[in-house]
Design a protein around this ligand. Structure first.
Ligand code: AVI
Length: 336
């Protein structure tokens, strides 16, 4: 067995910008661009400020939001098989892109520790707070696991890993996060991940599968209105960070599933004709009554689509792990 590290390794912070621009300037630019489009559109990555991240935690516990529970079940019922594959060729880095609180990954970490697998755990997340909390909780719960948290964007982290930790890699991209990309962007994203991997490396990706449309619809339009709050929080964030003057109850959440494309789309709809000024952009945006702002896509897949997506990006499916009801899959890829 490899030597186990029991001391707390300092976190790597790659989040500081090199080009002098701030996150706020990027936010203002994206909002200005998105609200100037004929079909208004705001990027869903801006959902996750502090309040938005808390709301997303609540969403994951909602009865209608089956995704998290289903993936948890996939991990729980396949942990031995998954971990044996990961550890089949000596030491590896387990890289968790968008780790958050690592609720599901901890199932694998416990299993790997129990198997005495030779690995270190590299959670990557843009949130420094989340990485600090995760490092602390792992120090208490699993002190035998070597942890090196990285704060920053995925590709900066992969670049850093390539330069600093060059052993075999198993990359986790869980929670159906791939589903939030536009099709073309998901290809570019996976091709980019592939460019940091070599023969023997693996990718485990969590994908939400096609199913009864009503079930999908309810997951994104829950009875308690938490998803509606999560969507509207984007306007609250624009108000707070960019000096926007959105009146939240003059917009409503609307979600619709297209079963032909397998895409859940979310919108904010203006309930009346109105003008909204945003101070940081120094511009007023006009909304017609019932005009929509598109805020999110959540793609649902057939396994065949995942296989094709993988092939396009240089990955072959090794194993598909399902929950019992086949709502969700975690797909293990090797590099081709
Ligand atoms: C983070 N992502 C995978 C979630 C999803 O299911 O698309 C975000 C979300 N949006 C509304 N509910 C949850």
């Amino acid at each position: 067995m490899e030597e186990l590290h029991t001391t707390l390794t300092p976190m790597i912070d790659l989040s500081r910008k090199q080009d002098g621009t701030s996150d706020l300037a990027a936010f203002a630019k994206d909002v200005a661009e998105g609200l100037s489009l004929k079909r208004k559109d705001l990027p869903s990555r801006y959902f996750y400020d502090k309040k938005g991240s808390q709301l997303f935690q609540q969403i994951m516990n909602l009865p209608e939001y089956y995704l998290t529970r289903a993936e948890h079940e996939v991990f729980y019922s396949n942990k031995e098989a998954m971990c044996s594959r990961f550890a089949d060729a000596g030491f590896f880095h387990l890289i968790d892109l968008g780790a958050g609180d690592a609720y599901k990954t901890k199932i694998l970490l416990r299993q790997l520790a129990q198997q005495n697998a030779a690995f270190d755990y590299v959670p990557v997340d843009i949130s420094g707070d989340a990485m600090q909390e995760l490092s602390n909780s792992l120090q208490t719960e699993l002190p035998e696991v070597a942890v090196q948290a990285v704060i920053g964007e995925y590709f900066k982290a992969l670049q850093w890993l390539q330069e600093n930790k060059s052993e075999r890699k198993v990359v986790l991209f869980l929670g159906s996060n791939i589903g939030n990309f536009e099709k073309q962007d998901s290809i570019a994203f996976l091709q980019s991940i592939r460019s940091y991997l070599s023969t023997g490396d693996r990718l485990l990706m969590g994908v939400d599968l096609r199913k009864e449309p009503e079930i999908i619809l309810q997951a994104y339009d829950d009875a308690a209105g938490v998803t509606a709050e999560f969507n509207l929080n984007l306007l609250r964030r624009i108000n707070r960070e960019l000096g926007g003057e959105f009146i939240l109850d003059q917009f409503r959440h609307y979600a619709i599933y297209n079963p032909l494309e397998g895409v859940m789309r979310s919108f904010l709809i203006s309930l009346k004709e109105q003008d909204v000024y945003i101070k940081e952009i120094d511009k007023t945006y006009h909304f017609k009554a019932w005009e929509a702002i598109h805020t999110e896509n959540s793609h649902k897949y057939f396994i065949q689509e995942i296989e094709e997506l993988g092939k396009l990006c240089g990955f072959n499916i090794e194993t598909v792990y399902h929950d019992q009801e086949k709502r969700f899959a975690d797909v293990l890829f090797t590099v081709s």
